[in-house]
Design a binder for this molecule. Structure first.
Ligand code: MN
Length: 481
């Protein structure tokens, strides 16, 4: 009976490559499907937790925003090479992924009121299959990604020009644009007449508010990052090296199911913590310094982003504590402002006032000179988060927040070693970043499980060290002193 079912399925999809998984032959389309990866996907899902129906409804919503007689053209992300035949790990473009669910390079998706959802898919030669394995082609586009029409890429130059000529406006993905359609005479003509727009204006509207399935992945991604960072915090006393903490946090994220980091972890010890996107991670951590770690991982296309700053050797000095407390209070007050109707800009302005006042009280800022303040904190209080770390970049920070939007709240202070001010604060960089989901009545902190109170952090670091950690920590310190 089972065999008969399998055979029927195989013959239905015989144009697709097959591979043996366990005892049966199931179609291989170059990315997980419920048939090939039952441990990851349930029946009806294209991405773990996201069904083909959800993808269909995303495309329907795109059509609602797409003007009459217009086309959306989105190419998949390009494969970038590290050297010769060695590619960097492929990451699908978020807009393409959001609308198609396809995690593979080489395709172009076209969506319009007349054509529906049309996919142009790459064709693998037997040589490609031997070297890289199966890929999703036109059949997978129809059967798995639920395209209304699907063609091999070589047909694009015959089919797309007519579709373009029949359209008033073209919205395309400017970040992944490829010559295959850019070079078409019809496309160039449309561009010349000012009919070509950026599709992200539309897709970012859709992506801004997360569905329940997306929120589930966002929460899981945040939870993985919190657990990983907590493990790394414990580790920081035993292995006080920026590179080891970076490696540790990535290991802990990936062991918990994340596919990759959302960005290169920032592990800044001492004055390196005042470099906002520091990523060299090649220094040792010194007793008395703080370490700032800004990390996030990606889970099935959804990222997390959080930052904690702590003293790896277990206790804050008093200037560190003064500054930390100001950043912590600003973090907490800013989080409280997160609710429907507020905007990132409003929260930002509030946080700037609070930090300015606090820095003046501490004696770091004289009269509220704004240029000096901006040297100490040139960043925004936060940004939208989702499939990209700086998600929905086309949406203004003035936009009133709505339930289902996820933002970061990340106040910080970055005082370089050469700062012209009280010496005791020089070389201190602190950021405390949480991820906040806007709900119907207010907010939910998705990174709430990661401690940020001074007492909690000191207690966690010191109590842990009475176990296995202390000995090896001491021996490392003795060896280096
Ligand atoms: Mn951030």
């Amino acid at each position: 009976m089972l065999m008969r079912k399998l055979f029927r399925r195989v013959s239905f999809t015989q144009a697709i490559g097959c591979r043996a998984y366990g005892t049966g032959m199931v179609p291989d389309i170059g990315q997980p499907t419920p048939a090939s990866h039952s441990q990851l996907l349930r029946e009806g899902e294209i991405t773990p937790g996201i069904t083909s129906d959800e993808y269909i409804s995303r495309r329907r919503k795109l059509l609602d925003l797409l003007p009459e007689k217009s086309l959306a053209i989105l190419a998949a992300a390009p494969v970038k090479m590290m050297t010769d035949v060695v590619p960097y790990t492929f990451r699908q473009d978020a807009d393409y992924s959001y609308l198609t669910g396809c995690q593979q390079p080489g395709g172009v998706a076209v969506i319009g009121h007349d054509c529906g959802f049309c996919m142009f898919m790459p064709e693998a030669t037997p040589h490609d299959v031997i070297w890289q394995g199966q890929i999703a082609g036109a059949n997978a586009a129809l059967e798995v990604f639920k395209a209304d029409r699907a063609y091999p890429m070589r047909k694009l130059k015959e089919i797309l020009p007519d579709m373009i000529r029949g359209s008033c406006k073209l919205f395309h993905n400017v970040h992944t644009a490829i010559p295959a359609y850019l070079d078409l005479e019809a496309f160039q003509k449309a561009a010349y007449h000012g009919k070509v727009k950026n599709v992200s204006i539309l897709t970012h509207e859709l992506r801004l508010i997360k569905s329940p399935a997306e929120l589930k992945l966002m929460k899981e991604s945040a939870s993985i990052a919190c657990q990983a960072l907590l493990q790394t915090m414990f580790h920081s006393k035993t292995y006080p090296y920026e590179s080891m903490l970076s490696t540790k946090v990535e290991y802990e994220c990936r062991m918990r199911g994340a596919q990759r980091m959302a960005f290169n972890p920032v592990v800044g010890g001492g004055p390196n913590g005042s470099v906002i996107h520091y990523s060299r991670n090649d220094q040792t951590l010194k007793d008395g310094d703080l370490v700032l770690m800004d990390v996030g991982c990606e889970l099935h296309g959804y990222v997390s982003d959080l930052t904690r700053t702590w003293p790896p050797y277990g206790s804050f000095s008093s200037p560190q504590e003064e500054l930390y407390d100001l950043i912590l209070q600003t973090n907490k007050e800013s989080v409280k402002l997160c609710k429907p109707g507020a905007s990132i800009r409003q929260i930002h302005n509030y946080s700037v006032e609070m930090l300015r006042k606090g820095l003046k009280e501490i004696g770091i800022l004289k009269d509220g000179g704004s240029s000096l303040y901006h040297q100490l904190n040139p960043t925004s209080i936060g940004h939208y988060v989702g499939m990209d770390v700086h998600d929905c970049s086309m949406v203004s920070y003035d936009r009133p927040l709505k339930p289902g939007i996820v933002i970061t709240i990340e106040p910080g202070v970055y005082i370089s070693s050469s700062f012209d001010g009280p010496e005791r604060y020089r070389g201190i960089g602190i950021r405390i970043e949480d991820e906040v989901l806007i709900t119907g009545t207010g907010y939910e902190v998705l990174t709430g499980s990661m401690p940020k109170e001074i007492k909690q952090i000191e207690s966690l670091l010191n109590n842990f060290c009475h176990g296995m950690g202390r000995e090896s920590h001491n021996s490392i310190r003795t060896a280096s002193s």
